[in-house]
Ligand binder design. Structure first.
Ligand code: S3P
Length: 173
């Protein structure tokens, strides 16, 4: 199915900078900034952490699917930062593609661990063996992110400004 609007959709692992990049890009190029995690939290009136703790991950994943379905109808000229697990559901992969031009911000395990050291907001990265968790999740997800994306940007060595320029180059003709 074709794209419904001139949106840019940022996908990638936790800590890859989707929210930071989305906000800065929106400021600079007069796009509307949207964030699926924020959207879900506002609608549910609860934090992601509380949604996971109270209702479990599958419930949260369904909220993500619903969120994408709604944004397809409402988002226009927007840059949309998405939760790192959204592309995992097959149904969501087609929805992401429909929502806009999909850019994968690709990051290595080492940089994720550096950026998210001490994080308490992400339920999937709490407890013991965070390094092993990141490694396993990245291994599972990287091929999925790559398949869903229209464009891949390796962000490990890039500044925020450089990532924004790369997004602009591939998305604004
Ligand atoms: C998740 C990523 C988080 C948030 C939730 C689950 C994931 O968003 O949606 O904690 O499964 O990777 P960020 O990618 O913005 O951290």
């Amino acid at each position: 199915m074709g794209k419904t609007s001139n949106n840019i959709v940022l996908i990638g692992f936790m800590g890859s900078g989707k929210t930071t990049i989305g906000k800065c890009f929106a400021d600079r190029y007069q796009y509307t900034f949207l964030d699926t995690d924020e959207y879900i939290e506002q609608k549910a009136g609860m934090s992601i952490k509380d949604i996971f703790n109270t209702y479990g991950e599958e419930y949260f994943r369904t909220l993500e699917t619903n969120c994408l379905k709604e944004l397809i109808h409402t988002a226009k000229s927007s840059i949309i930062s998405t939760g790192g697990g959204i592309p995992l559901r097959e149904e969501n992969q087609a929805l992401l593609q429909q929502l806009g031009y999909v850019v994968y911000l690709k990051i290595s395990k080492e940089v994720v661990l550096k950026r998210l050291a001490g994080d308490t907001k992400r339920p999937l990265l709490q407890g013991e063996n965070v390094e092993l968790k990141v490694e396993a999740l990245l291994q599972q997800r990287d091929p999925i992110y790559s398949r869903v994306a229209d464009q891949v940007i390796c962000v490990d060595e890039l500044s925020v400004f450089e990532v924004i320029s790369a997004v602009k180059t591939c998305c604004i003709k």
